[in-house]
Design a protein around this ligand. Structure first.
Ligand SMILES: [Zn+2]
Length: 212
């Protein structure tokens, strides 16, 4: 059995600032999950729950693995110089799953990410990876949106970046807020996407037009 756990880091403003190996916090988490079950009035010794604390701890480790991944490293793995293409690059319909930091309940939906290169392009598969890294952390949808946009802006120095995210929040749906079927939309428009109405409209049309 592999007992080596990933390196955990501390994240501030989207940057991993502390990286060091440490012993897994999973045992402590398992004990805490057991206590939560007891607070619920459950019998933690019954068969169906015996392994639940360990499963929950591993599930949370997986669902928050974005803390140990550096988005800048991922982008720089496939960053290429390209001076001749200065048109919009759009990756649409990127499925993501995240956890809201207020309730630790899922929110999930689709991200649409576009940029206009100036002198660098990035491998297309890295854009969904970027969404994945930031969404596998405790988040609010607003910050998830701006972190994706700002990181692309900083790493590629493009002419502009546009990000639109549409998501459903289980903390709204399961907790009986009135708008049961509401979808939350957030956007970040930087550079040309902010200053050029034509660019912004082209992006929005490409995202909203002819859904799959
Ligand atoms: Zn919430």
């Amino acid at each position: 059995m592999n007992t080596q756990r990933p390196v955990r880091g501390k994240v501030r403003n989207g940057k991993v600032t502390v990286l060091k190996t440490q012993t897994p916090p999973l045992k402590g988490m398992e004990e805490n999950v057991r206590q939560i079950l007891e607070y619920m009035g459950e019998d933690t010794e019954r068969e169906g729950l015996l392994k639940t604390p360990a499963r929950v701890a591993r599930a949370f480790e997986y669902l928050t693995k974005g803390y140990v991944q550096d988005p800048k490293v991922i982008l720089n793995q496939a960053k290429f110089t390209e001076e001749d293409y200065q048109e919009m690059v759009l990756v649409r319909d990127i499925d993501f799953y995240s956890l809201c930091e207020h309730h630790i309940l899922p929110f999930f939906g689709r991200a649409h990410v576009a940029y206009i290169p100036k002198h660098h392009i990035v491998g297309l598969s890295k854009i969904p990876r970027l969404v994945e890294v930031f969404s596998r952390r405790l988040q609010v949808q607003e910050r998830l949106t701006t972190q994706i946009a700002n990181t692309l802006m900083e790493e590629l120095d493009p002419l502009g970046v546009g990000v639109i995210i549409k998501a459903e929040h289980l903390c709204m749906r399961m907790r009986g807020v009135e708008k049961q079927n509401s979808v939350v939309t957030t956007s970040a428009m930087l550079g040309a996407f902010r200053s050029q109405q034509v660019t912004r409209e082209e992006f929005i049309t490409l995202v909203t037009g002819s859904q799959r």
